[in-house]
Design a protein. Sequence first.
Length: 112
Amino acid sequence: MQPLQMMTDKPENDGETTVITKTKPKTQRPPMYKVLLLNDDYTPMEFVVHVLERFFGIGHSQAVEIMLTVHKKGVAVVGVFSYEIAETKVAQVMDFARRNQHPLQCTMEKED
């Protein structure tokens, strides 16, 4: 069986070489989102520590530090996650706070 030859207008050995390159699209990292806890005058500090331990897997001493930051500065970043995970964590915290009758606010914002 003979190899298949392509018909072209150019002679076979005209000295030109054609290089075909495929460019791979650059994959970008998905944007990350900061999950924030906001201070209020009613949610007990112990409850905030419990939320940090339960939903963010933060150890007790670090949870206390973050809770104090929220208390003193009004807000603290408790983690940085992909959109879906951040959205889930915010929903879990808000639901847990409401079920326990606390006005604790948890939000997310896109990381710079």
